[in-house]
Design a protein around this ligand. Structure first.
Ligand SMILES: [Zn+2]
Ligand SMILES: [Zn+2]
Length: 377
């Protein structure tokens, strides 16, 4: 059977925005959600869901989308994922990607011994790095929250001498059937929040949580070339899961500090280099800063303000780049200030002398005069 067009599957146009694609996918995924399709319909719904998920995965990735737009199905690796292939996780995993917020606690849900198992929440951590650190990479230590089993109640959450009881609302199941519109949806038990147990007398140290929040130090490797806004995922260092569920992940979000000299643009760097108007006129060697130290460049006679000189390879090597970017030095010609009487006199003499040359000393003079003429006529 011929593969259907990804855009057709999602029901969007070829020019659909990322937001539209995401929306269309959410809608389809809701429609084919396993809770809403029972019996014979479930199998067909699962196929539909996988098809939509594949289309979404392709079109939400700018690189894959570009390849698909250009070469169709042949442009995207057919071995990556396919309907029915092993690469698909369960429904829970798939929904975890996009429905995390929507389905709230059901995220990554599963069942163990009749009780609802939840994946722990993700944590995010903002880390400021300097440009130098971003360029070279660094080993950082961060303090993040962690949880330890409560010593007082040994993790049970019940006051010593008492014990937890089976929840009466769900009879220890951890979940209850609720009607939502047309559908019957299995929901987490509101009384015991899925644990299947209630604690009549909670432990006073951990307030019935069975665990205590602490801090731990985590070693993090910041790869060389990292840029502002990039995230590093530290698997399993998020909040702990409930009822034996897996922990969430920790996301370290990089914020690049403003640099005194360089401005970063992707892998390239830019800096402004002040040059005296004498040097700009006569040409000469000027010193410029690079991340690796000082460098010198020769600027030619008659260099104009704003002229840029490129130092190849003196930028930053991006995380996935094979070559470093370049450094652009922008010439800022300085006008001298606080002149003495003698210096003023010299400049006036220079001006007189330049005037005698007509327009030939003023590189933009002629075109400027012409443009003014056109503007006022
Ligand atoms: Zn309950
Ligand atoms: Zn306790």
């Amino acid at each position: 059977m011929a593969k259907r067009d990804f855009y057709e599957i999602l029901g969007v146009g070829k020019t659909a925005s990322d937001e539209e694609i995401k929306k269309a996918y959410r809608k389809l995924a809701m429609k084919h959600h396993p809770d809403r399709n029972q019996g014979d319909a479930a199998k067909a719904a699962e196929e539909k869901f996988k098809e939509a998920k594949e289309a979404y995965e392709m079109l939400s990735d700018p690189q894959k989308r570009a390849a698909y737009d250009q070469h169709g199905h042949a442009g995207v690796d057919p071995n990556m994922r396919g309907p029915g292939g092993e690469a698909y996780g369960g429904f829970a995993e798939a929904f975890g990607d996009i429905f995390g917020d929507m389905f709230g606690q059901q995220r990554g849900g599963g069942r163990a011994g009749g009780r609802q198992v939840y994946r722990g929440g993700d944590l995010s951590y903002a880390m400021e790095v300097t440009l130098e650190e971003a360029a070279r990479g660094k080993d950082a230590q961060i303090r993040i929250p962690s949880w330890d089993s409560c010593d007082t109640c040994h993790g049970s959450g019940a006051k010593p001498g008492t014990s937890a009881k089976t929840c009466g609302t769900c009879n220890g199941q951890g979940s209850v059937q609720m009607r939502q519109g047309f559908f019957s949806v299995q929901q987490t038990c509101p009384t015991c929040r899925g644990s299947g147990k209630v604690i009549p007398e909670p432990c006073t140290v951990c307030h019935g949580q069975g665990k205590i929040k602490k801090q731990k130090t985590l070693e993090v490797k910041i790869p060389a070339g990292i840029d502002d806004g990039m995230r590093i995922r530290s698997v399993g260092n998020g909040e702990p899961g409930t009822n034996g569920g897996p922990p969430g992940d920790l996301y370290i979000e990089i914020r690049l500090k403003k640099h005194d000299i360089f401005e970063r643009d992707g892998d390239d760097l830019h800096c402004s280099v002040p040059v005296s108007f004498i040097t700009a006129a006569l040409g000469g060697e000027i010193e410029v800063p690079t991340l690796q130290g000082k460098a010198a460049i020769d600027i030619p006679e008659g260099t104009q303000a704003g002229k840029q000189f490129r130092l190849r390879g003196k930028g930053i090597k991006g995380v996935r780049a094979s070559y470093p970017g370049d450094l652009y030095c922008h010439i800022a010609v300085e006008t001298p200030v606080k002149l003495t009487e003698h210096q003023r006199k010299l400049l006036r003499e220079l001006e007189e002398s330049l005037k005698k040359g007509g327009g030939k000393h003023s590189p933009s003079g002629d075109s400027w005069t012409d443009r003014l003429k056109n503007f006022f006529s």
